[in-house]
Design a protein around this ligand. Structure first.
Ligand SMILES: C[S@@+](CC[C@H](N)C(=O)[O-])C[C@H]1O[C@@H](n2cnc3c(N)ncnc32)[C@H](O)[C@@H]1O
Length: 261
């Protein structure tokens, strides 16, 4: 499909729109590479992408170096099938270095990895501390001795409020982040992604996330309880990510956490 053609809901592919709206896999690979090298003084080769969805990051990782391998893990066979067709097949011979597994991330493969990632807040589906700690602990056991686990998280006072933000993503399409209010007692939150098109058509609730809103302090503590030796905060600062130990609060902020085995 030509990049210039204007889309409408009945012609759109929600996975393609998702990748275009919220993923920048080459930027992410550059970040991962740099952060890993900083703490481990070597290059990372094997990566597991938990909650991989369409496995865009796994495919970008494998394509970034001929010795790099990726294993994508997702519970949903449909999203994996989409990823195989649209991301894996076009990779050509590099696709031989990508493995996709349909399973729960809490029942991981035996293999150990240099790097494991859980991006786009996917681990927020684990709603209690014991489940989150068990998952982090199993990640820790799937890492080599100098392995690294990377994840992301958002916060700030606007993160607790119901807000709708829209952004144009090309082809006459807008990405809509429909954020629910965080329940102050349970920290449950339900968020949706919708897409709106120039002709007035919509893909309502293209994706829905029923999450627990975890705070940075909680996640850091649980990672340490699960056996990680240190957790570094990379704070988003004008498009870049910088290491911070403390910070002023902001209406909405985003961080990467780099947890060292
Ligand atoms: C928010 S998407 C993340 C996609 C991609 N990783 C990204 O960064 O945009 C969450 C994915 O997690 C998967 N998922 C949910 N629970 C899971 C579980 N227990 N084990 C493995 N995958 C799971 C869903 O099928 C979905 O594809």
């Amino acid at each position: 499909m030509s990049k210039k053609s204007v889309l409408s809901a009945n012609k759109a592919d929600r996975h393609e729109l998702y990748q275009r709206s919220v993923q920048a896999a080459d930027v992410e690979v550059a970040f991962i590479d740099k952060a890993f090298k900083k703490y481990r003084k070597r290059k990372a080769y094997s990566m597991r992408e938990d909650f991989c969805g369409t496995a865009l990051l796994s495919c970008t990782w494998a394509a970034s170096h001929k010795q790099r391998h990726a294993t994508g893990v997702d519970i949903d066979p449909n999203v994996l099938a989409w990823g195989r067709q649209h991301n894996l097949v076009p990779l050509g011979s590099a696709s031989e270095r990508v493995t996709l597994l349909q399973q729960d991330v809490r029942l991981p493969p035996e293999q150990k990895f240099d790097l494991i990632n859980a991006f786009n807040f996917s681990y927020w589906i684990f709603k209690d501390r014991v489940t989150l700690r068990d998952y982090f602990s199993s990640v820790r056991h799937s890492l080599v001795d100098d392995g690294v686990f990377m994840l992301d998280l958002y916060g700030g006072w606007e993160a607790h409020q119901a807000v709708r933000t829209k952004r144009a993503i090309g082809q006459g399409c807008k990405y809509v982040w429909d954020q629910g209010e965080v329940d102050p007692i349970t920290h449950d939150v339900v968020n949706h992604i919708h897409f709106e098109f120039k002709d007035g058509s919509r893909l309502k609730k293209a994706f829905t996330y029923e999450w627990r809103f975890w705070t940075l302090t909680e996640v850091r503590e649980v990672l340490l309880e699960a056996g990680f030796t240190d957790v570094i905060v990379y704070w988003q600062d004008e498009g870049d990510y910088v290491i911070r130990n403390t910070s002023e609060n902001q209406p909405l902020w985003l961080v990467y956490l780099v947890a060292l085995a």
